[in-house]
Design a protein around this ligand. Structure first.
Ligand code: UT7
Length: 324
């Protein structure tokens, strides 16, 4: 008998305000044509003043809890992935915990930028497998609009705000790939690449929040290689083949990265979930947002084999195989 972390609910939340490519042409020297051709992005959602990361996260969590049909108080672990927390401390996870009326268990943040949700899912899965938690809320939530340099056309057109969440429940499995739940996770990082994607401020360095800086071309180059490597490791260790994947739900940074990675991995393009066109890159929120959207529109069904992967600042990267 093996303990499995089974996804019993999912949900998401996007702020109402929508910024189109046409809107961006009034802010920086760019065009709808350039953004669509290079990234696949048509629009992104932007949080209003007062719409904090914890607020977006709480709304996504409430939707996931409702979908799971459980009482929030049965949650004994909250792992929240974000690079844009409400405050330096306390963690955004504890803010969400309080907003949900949960007073027991543990809540903490995970910081792995765009790979944050994969890291958070792996962390919660290991807590569940170790018997340290029975019901975990895993959230990815960001307000990247707050750390963008709105004069830098190379970055400000790429990102958006939002949140997604899943509820994991400990269930018994047979220990095979036929089990429902998180089947395997693989995490990697390499801090030597810090300068390719970072924020130029922080409490200890500058006592400021700072702005996102990125060498886009370099990140792109590493992304396809690293993502293919982590997914190949997942295939090798699980014995699963690309044709068995029902839904490939990658981090949504750039449509070209997603398509190049899927091609390299021999994954059928019809099995790829894409939301970057509507959401932009929402960092740690992008995968749970895409999972929730694909679950709500009926694509992801109970029993489906779902593969997720992400790469972000650090660099960090990772993948997970889930039977829904
Ligand atoms: O989620 C974390 C990981 N992040 C990513 O995965 C992002 C990875 N990188 C990318 O997605 C792409 O590299 C970008 C979308 C950021 C850029 O696409 P690119 O094809 O690599 O373009 P580039 O940076 O090489 O820029 C090409 C040209 C440059 O002009 P010159 O030097 O060729 O005259 C840029 O100045 O495009 C120009 N450019 C723009 N033009 C219009 C850069 N940004 C813009 C813009 N509008 N917004």
């Amino acid at each position: 008998m093996t303990i499995r972390s089974v996804i019993i609910g999912s949900g998401h939340y996007l702020p109402e305000k929508c910024l189109t490519n046409a809107d961006l042409t009034k802010i920086v020297d760019t065009s709808d044509e350039w953004i669509v051709e290079r990234t696949g992005i048509h629009q992104r959602h932007i949080a209003d003043e007062g719409q904090t990361t914890s607020l977006l996260a709480t709304k996504a969590a409430e939707a996931a809890i409702k979908d799971a049909g459980i009482d929030a108080t049965s949650i004994d672990l909250i792992v929240l992935a974000t690079a844009t927390p409400d405050y330096t401390f306390p963690s955004t996870a504890t803010q969400v915990q309080a907003a949900l009326g949960i007073h027991g268990g543990a809540a903490f943040d995970v910081q792995a930028v765009c790979s944050g949700f994969v890291y958070a899912l792996a962390t919660a899965d290991n807590f569940i497998k170790a018997g340290s938690a029975k019901c975990a809320l895993v959230i990815g939530a960001e307000t990247f609009s707050r750390i963008l340099d709105w004069t830098d056309r190379g970055t400000c057109v790429l990102f958006g705000d939002g949140a997604g969440a899943v509820v994991l429940e400990a269930q018994n499995g047979a220990g095979s790939n036929a089990d429902r739940g998180v089947l395997c996770t693989h995490l990697r990082s390499d801090g030597r690449h810090r300068d390719k994607l970072y924020v130029d401020g922080g409490p200890s360095v500058s006592m400021t929040t700072g702005h996102l800086r990125m060498e886009g071309k370099e990140v792109f180059r590493h992304a396809v290689t690293n993502l293919a490597e982590t997914v190949e490791e997942t295939f090798r260790k699980s014995g699963v083949t690309p044709d068995e994947i029902k839904w490939f739900v990658p981090h949504q940074a750039n449509r070209r990265i997603i398509e190049a990675t899927a091609k390299k991995l021999n994954i059928d393009p019809a099995r790829v979930v894409i939301t970057v066109d509507k959401h932009g890159n929402t960092s740690a929120a992008s995968i749970p947002l895409a999972l929730s959207v694909a679950r709500q529109d009926g694509r992801i069904a109970k029993g489906d084999l779902v593969l997720i992967e992400a790469m972000g600042g650090g660099f960090t990267w990772g993948s997970a195989l889930i039977r829904w």
